[in-house]
Ligand binder design. Sequence first.
Ligand code: C2E
Ligand code: SIN
Ligand code: SIN
Ligand code: FE
Length: 396
Amino acid sequence: MQEPMPAQSGKLTAEEKLHLLVDFGARISSELHLDKLLDIIAQQITHMLDVGRCTIYLKDEDTNELWSKIAQGKGLEHTEIRLPLNSAGFIALVARTGQTINLPNAYEDPRFSMDVDIVTAFRTHATIAVPLKNNSGDVLGVFQASNKSDGTPFDKNDEGLLRLLAALASGSIEIAKLYEEVHVAQLETIYRLAVTAEYRDQHDTRQHLKNISIISYLLALALGMSKSEAELIKNASPLHDIGKVALADNILLKPGKLTPEEFEVMKSHTIYGGRILEGAHSKVLQMAYKMSLFHHEKWNGSGYPKGLKGEEIPLEARIVTVADVFDALCVSRVYKKAWKTEEALAYINEQAGQAFDPNIVEAFLKVYPSVKRLYSVSSPHPTQQPSSATNQTKLS
Ligand code: C2E
Ligand code: SIN
Ligand code: SIN
Ligand code: FE
C-alpha cells in the first residue's frame, strides 16, 4: 500500500507542494493497471486537497457513459456507477462542455443531481469537477472532489491544483486504458485459440475450459499464490490441450477405448502443445507452454511425455493436472460416462502422492465446496467467475 501524503495543500509551502506533485507523477507513471492507477490517483487527490471524497469518472466510448468505481465503507466494497453522457447532473455537463464547475453548495444548485449520493449514501456539500483531457484536448473523463475537511467551498487554489493533477494524470490514464485493451485482446485471442483446439471432441467446450480455468485459479490462491500469479494461471490454463489440434479424428473422436498404439499417438498432444507454444514471449504463453507440455506428468513419475517426478514437474502444470482430471471425470466424453462429483473427489484424494502433488490435493479439498457448485445442475449461473466485490449501478 502507498504511504499517505504527509499533509494538506492549504498549509504547505510552495516547495512542499512541488515535492508532492513530483511524487504524484512518479507514483502514477509506474502503474499500468487502470483500476489500481485510479485508486492511487483518487487517494492522492483526497489527501492533497484534504477532501472527503474524490471520484474519477472515465468516458466509455462504446456506451456513451461515464463510469466510476466508488469505494464505500472504508474502501472495502466498490460500487460501479454509470452515468449516461447526456444525463442531467453536473458531472455529465463537465464532460460535455469541457468546463470546470465549482458548486459551493451542491444541494442548492439545480445542476447537481443527487442520484449518486443516494446510491452511495453520501452527503455532498461543496464539490468541484474538472475535465480530464488528453493532449489533443479530447475529454477522457472528469475528476470530482467533494467536501473539504474544513467545510469551506473550493477556491481558485484548489481548482488550480485539481486541474494540474488532472493534466498530470491524463497521460498515465490513457496508457493504462490502452494497456488494458491490448491485455483484453490478448486474452480473447488465447481463449478462442483454446476453443479451436477443443471443439472437435467436446460439445460444451466453453464450459469445460471455464471450469478448468476457475479450478486452477482457486487452487493457485489456496496454495498461497498472489492474485496476479493466480490470474496468470487462470488465463493460461485453457491452452493446456492445444496440442490436440494435431490429432486425427479417428483417434480423438474414437467412441471407445483406445488401443495401446492409439494411446501412444494420443500422448503426443503434449509434445505438439509444447511445440506450438515454445519460445513465446508473453508470460501467459510461457506458462501455457509448461502446462501443455507437462499436464500429463504424474507426481510418482509414471506420466508422460517425459516421466518427470515430483517437483521436477512445473507447479503450474501440477495445478492444471488436478483441474483437468477432475473436470474430465465429471463430464461425459465419447469414450466415458460422467462421474458424480463425489466420486471424482474420491479419485483425486486417492491419487494424492500417486498422480497428483499431495499439497495440491490438500488445496483441492479446501476449495472443493466452490468447485462442486460449478458442476451442480441446479446452479442458475454455472459459468460465472468467482464473484468480485463490484456491483454496478446505472443511473439515468
Ligand atoms: P481427457 O478426456 O481430457 O482426460 C484427461 C485426463 O483425465 C486423462 O488423461 C485421465 O488422466 C483422466 N481421465 C479421464 N477420464 C478418466 C476415466 O474414466 N478414468 C480415469 N481413471 N481417469 C480419467 P489421459 O488418460 O492421459 O488421457 C488423455 C486424453 O486421451 C484424454 O483427455 C482423452 O482425450 C484421450 N483418451 C484417453 N483414453 C481414451 C479412450 O479410451 N478413448 C478415447 N476416445 N480417448 C481417450
Ligand atoms: C451530478 O452529476 O450532478 C452528481 C454527481 C455527484 O453525486 O456528485
Ligand atoms: C489410461 O489409459 O491411462 C486411462 C484412460 C482413461 O480412462 O482416460
Ligand atoms: Fe491433455
